[in-house]
Design a protein around this ligand. Structure first.
Ligand code: ADP
Length: 708
């Protein structure tokens, strides 16, 4: 082996994992070198092979010559053309020595590359043969081929099974579908049936039809048997028509009267008839489908009725509302008070004719403008806190200064001001009474204000006239009292002369009848003087001319004097005059002793006068009323004729007596008690009476005095 081949062997073969050898560039192809991989694969030794022609070392087994030929042809091709040549998958049996030393051939497959190796002179130096054992690949491929066949077979079998399964599934689905359709047919909400022949014999029908007809099974019946009678004539005619014409028919609301043993039922049907045609387009039967729409029709009828009644109600209500609106309008129009409605910002929304007249502004001008313009703004701001609470609670949309004014503490807490000064369109002012309230919608939501205004001008004028008249009357009354006082005073002087002179005359020796006349003149004079005194007192009190004294006096001597003055009359009538005075009465009081004496004299005098038998008692109690003050309680108790309850109220009025007969029986003017009452009031005391007719009376006086 020359150096080139040696280097090729060293560089290429020695380390190669592919088996390989170098051959001489001669037709006998001697083995020049061989690598270990090849030796291992073939089970040969290098000594065995080197220098030996290739086809002697690896001869063909009889019957397996193909591989050897292919190798030789390839090598020859390389030798001749100088081009590399590839041999793919060659069967090449290898002689193998078993462990027991016997030899046999093992089937192996190789792929090989024969490459010409030129020398430095360009001439072929050797041929390299490198080979890869592809036995495993070939075997695998063969196995794969076998598997593929198997797969194909299995697939074919599976295909058959699948087809059978599929068929089964299709059958099942069809069966299910058929069942579903039958179910649908049977349970369809409407009725469905098929007829055959001119007599319309029913050949198939669902439950809805049996339910409609009875319930009974109608299959096998003719239409006339299933639906007999006059009431079904229109229904049967429709079938005849389709049978004759071969055209479908639809009826939207077909009446059908069904009669059975129990009752007759009147139905309304919605029905569609479809002719069933054969191949020659001849009608063989009819497919009928429909619904019982009786209830729907009834509901529709009811609905129509309801609608009609609703419409009538709406009509009626509208009429009522119109009437109400008219009435409201009439009220607004004819109201004597001005009625002004505003929104929450006080913009006028309604202004009635009275408002137009009172405020002298036409409604068209007032509407949309602020109602606050009709107020005296200064007065409104000053007294805003006295506007009604609900108005102040809904003032959010009113002008801010007014809201501020509403929040100020009111001048009179709790007082709601209704009298305001109003300003007319022409700027003139008038006093008015306005009730303001909050307008609310049907949900109670505040939507504005309502003011009802009355003009107080006339009332004020009337009040003023009355005030003037009462002043005049008072002045007249005072003048009368003054006149009376004056007259009384003037009367006293001549009366005193009459009394005095008649008293003097009585002291003279006079003829008997003259003496009696003089006595009468004297008594009449005394009575007249008492009356004049009373009139004078009352007049002075009423004219406000009576002034009370403020002087210290002792109570005990005053009482003694009074009792001494009354005692003669009491004695004359045989009455017991009793005194019930609490001890320690050495009181010195400050006040008008004369008037106190007058009060007591009057009460005691009356008690004696109106008591025929029994007693008259003066009872006195003193209650301390704070430092330096005393409250005197005086009761004059008699056992006389008493006073009826209905008279008790009047006896304190001037010139009033309990009974007309009293004047005749007891005399008197009816002035005493009214003077007493006025005096007691002037002295800041109280006067009361308790009396039972026939059982006596008790007059009680309570008077405050300062203690001296
Ligand atoms: P008069 O001068 O008539 O007594 P008064 O004003 O003193 O007038 O009394 C008014 C009337 O009250 C009397 O007329 C009498 O009817 C009734 N009256 C007053 N005091 C008594 C009394 N003690 N008992 C019964 N009636 C009395």
């Amino acid at each position: 082996m020359d150096s080139l081949c040696t280097s090729v062997f060293e560089t290429v073969f020695k380390r190669s994992t592919a088996g390989g050898y170098l051959l001489s560039p001669t037709p006998e192809f001697r083995i020049l070198a061989v690598n270990d991989t090849f030796l291992e694969a073939t089970g040969r030794t290098r000594a065995e092979l080197l220098g030996v022609p290739l086809f002697e070392a690896f001869g063909a087994r009889p019957g397996d010559e193909g591989g050897v030929h292919a190798l030789r042809a390839s090598l020859l091709k390389v030798l001749v053309t100088g081009e590399p040549d590839m041999l793919t998958v060659q069967r090449y049996p290898i002689p193998v020595i078993a462990a027991d030393g016997s030899r046999h051939f093992e089937e192996r497959y190789w792929s090989a590359l024969n490459t010409p190796i030129p020398g430095p002179d360009g001439a072929l130096a050797c041929i390299s043969h490198s080979t890869i054992d592809v036995t495993d690949v070939v075997r695998l491929r063969s196995q794969a081929r076998q598997s593929a066949d198997e797969v194909a077979r299995v697939r074919a079998e599976a295909d058959l099974a699948n087809r059978a399964q599929l068929l089964h599934e299709v059958n099942r689905a069809l069966e299910a579908e058929r069942g579903r359709l039958a179910h649908l047919f049977e349970h369809a909400p409407g009725f469905v049936y098929f007829t055959e022949g001119a007599a319309h014999r029913i050949v198939q029908a669902n439950r809805a039809l049996s339910a409609l007809a009875g319930p009974r099974d109608l299959v096998g019946c003719t239409l006339a048997e299933a639906f007999p009678g006059e009431g079904a004539q229109a229904f049967r005619d429709l079938h005849d028509e389709v049978w004759r014409s071969g055209k479908p028919r639809v009826a939207g609301a077909l009446p059908l009267l069904l009669r059975d043993a129990a009752a007759a039922r009147s139905l309304v049907l919605e029905v569609a008839l479809q002719p069933v045609l054969d191949r020659l387009q001849q009608v063989t039967g009819i497919c009928v489908q429909g619904h019982d729409i009786t209830e729907r029709q009834q509901a529709l009828a009811r609905l129509a009725e309801l609608n009609a009644s609703l419409e009538a109600q709406v009509h009626e209500r509208t009429a009522q509302l119109l009437e109400l609106a008219e009435r409201e309008h009439a009220i607004l129009t004819s109201a004597a008070s001005a009625i002004i409605a505003t929104d929450l910002a006080a913009q006028v929304t309604s202004f009635n004719p009275a408002a137009e007249a009172m405020l002298r502004v036409p409604a068209v001008q007032a509407l949309g403008n602020s109602a606050l313009a009709f107020f005296d703004v200064a007065e409104l701001l000053e007294h805003a806190a006295a506007l009604p609470q609900e108005v102040r609670d809904n003032a959010q949309a009113l002008p801010p200064p007014l809201q501020d004014a509403m929040r100020r503490p009111p001048q009179q807490p709790g007082h709601v001001r209704t009298e305001w000064t109003f300003v007319r369109g022409d700027g003139t002012r008038f006093p008015g009474l306005m009730n303001i309230s909050v307008l609310r919608d049907s949900h109670g939501q505040a939507i504005g204000f309502l003011g009802v205004l009355t003009d107080l001008t006339e009332r004020r004028a009337l009040e003023e006239a009355l005030r003037q008249r009462s002043t005049q009357a008072e002045a007249a009354s005072r003048a009368k009292s003054a006149f009376l006082a004056h007259m009384s005073h003037e009367l006293r002087t001549p009366l005193n002369a009459v009394i005095g002179l008649s008293q003097l005359l009585r002291l003279r020796e006079l003829p008997e009848d003259v003496g009696r006349f003089v006595g009468h003149i004297h008594d009449a004079g005394e009575q007249l003087l008492a009356l004049v005194s009373d009139v004078l007192d009352l007049s002075r009190i009423e004219a406000g001319e009576l002034r009370l004294e403020e002087a210290a006096f002792d109570l005990a001597p005053l009482l003694d004097t009074v009792l001494a003055m009354v005692r003669p009359q009491a004695n004359a009538k045989g009455l017991a005059l009793m005194v019930d005075i609490a001890p320690a009465l050495q009181l010195r009081l400050i006040g008008d002793a004369l008037r106190l004496r007058q009060v007591l004299l009057n009460l005691l005098g009356n008690a004696v006068k109106f008591t025929a038998a029994g007693s008259v008692t003066l009872r006195l109690r003193v209650q301390a009323a704070g430092a330096g003050n005393a409250l005197l309680r005086l009761d004059v108790v008699d056992t006389g004729i008493g006073i009826a309850p209905e008279q008790q109220r009047h006896i304190f009025e001037p010139f009033t007596q309990a009974d007309d007969s009293i004047t005749r029986r007891y005399g008197g003017s009816g002035l005493g008690l009214s003077i007493v009452r006025r005096l007691v009031h002037m002295m800041k005391g109280t006067l009361s009476v308790q009396s039972q007719p026939g059982q006596g009376s008790t007059f009680s006086v309570e008077l405050p005095f300062r203690v001296a």
